[in-house]
Design a protein around this ligand. Structure first.
Ligand code: CP
Length: 312
């Protein structure tokens, strides 16, 4: 199977075969990061622009490291320090970037849909590294990769997702992705953080955290996204932790070999207790490790152009 998409903008537009191809390619890439010399010539001569207009640690660094491991040249541009700070529009900025002939633009933007606007206007590939509350496809793909690696499958698993569903692009992309790959996805949050109609994406809304985590194979906790909340959506962090946080007691209701995930950054003691985040079953840092391999796979598939990775 060949990957024919120019852009990676969301999970919705990927079919299960394409998702499997991405995950298989990422597993092939993983070994490169274990070598003494963590570099292959696969994308030598390719240019990748990292265009992040929101803060990021994991996504930005892993896209940058992934480019370097494949020998691509990567350059970063942010709003501060660029001419966007002088009022240049997003589209004018990317048309100027395109004139310098990059092969891939990786972009993060506070507005939902920004990556689509850019992808329509440039010939190079665009990878959405997070647009507003809408989509974070590379995060969902690395999460699916991590679960498939740990559990050997996605089909038939119970995934419990708890937290700020309303403001989470990670939640939307993961609900769509995991349900597409055959998992049963259950979500739980305060009423103020559950968008109406979320079930249409492929999940069931649980009325209590206890119901949500009962017999779960995977629990994914989501960050409270204060930067996207214009209203007060819950009384205090202490009450949120008490009613919706993942602690050892709630964890004991889950399946015996339950896997704990969080996309990061974590609010320790709010959505997740430290002893759970750092304890048995947590694969939060494994998610970060897999993020590099997954992003290497995305570059390879959109800019390298072959089904089987030439990773020699
Ligand atoms: N998971 C995630 O997107 O983390 P960053 O915001 O640090 O990139």
């Amino acid at each position: 199977m060949r990957f024919t998409k120019k852009d990676i903008l969301d999970i919705h537009s990927l079919d299960p075969g394409e998702i499997s191809l991405i995950l298989d390619t990422a597993m092939g890439m993983k070994e490169i990061s274990r070598r003494p010399v963590k570099k292959v010539p696969t994308l030598r001569g390719k240019t990748i622009v990292l265009f992040f207009q929101e803060p990021s640690t994991r996504t930005k660094l892993s896209f940058e490291i992934a480019a370097k491991r494949l020998s691509a040249d990567s350059v970063a541009i942010a709003k501060a320090g660029s001419s966007m700070a002088k009022g240049e529009t997003l589209i004018d900025t990317v048309k100027n970037l395109e004139s310098m002939r990059p092969d891939v633009i990786v972009m993060r933007h506070a507005s939902s849909g920004a990556a689509y606007q850019v992808a329509r206007r440039v010939d190079c590939s665009v990878i959405n590294a997070g647009d507003g509350i809408h989509a974070h496809p590379s995060q969902a793909l690395l999460d699916m990769m991590s679960v498939r690696e740990k559990k050997g499958r996605i089909q038939g698993l119970k995934l419990a997702m708890i937290g700020d569903i309303a403001h989470s692009r990670v939640a939307r992309s993961n609900i769509i992705g995991f349900s597409k790959m055959g998992a049963q996805v259950f979500v739980c949050a305060p009423q103020t953080m559950i968008p109406s109609g979320i079930e249409a994406l492929g999940c069931t809304v649980s009325s209590t955290v206890e119901d949500c985590v009962a017999d779960a194979d995977v629990i994914m906790m989501l960050r409270i996204q204060k930067e996207r909340q214009s209203d007060v959506l819950f009384p205090t962090e202490r009450e949120y932790a008490c009613c919706f946080g993942l602690n050892k007691d709630r964890l004991s209701l889950a399946g015996k070999d339950v896997t704990i995930m969080h996309p990061g950054p974590m609010n320790r003691g709010v959505e997740i207790a430290s002893d759970v985040a750092d304890g048995k079953g947590s694969m939060i840092l494994d998610q970060v490790t897999n993020g590099v391999a997954l992003r290497m796979a995305l570059y390879y598939l959109v800019a390298g152009g072959s089904r089987h990775a030439d990773t020699d």
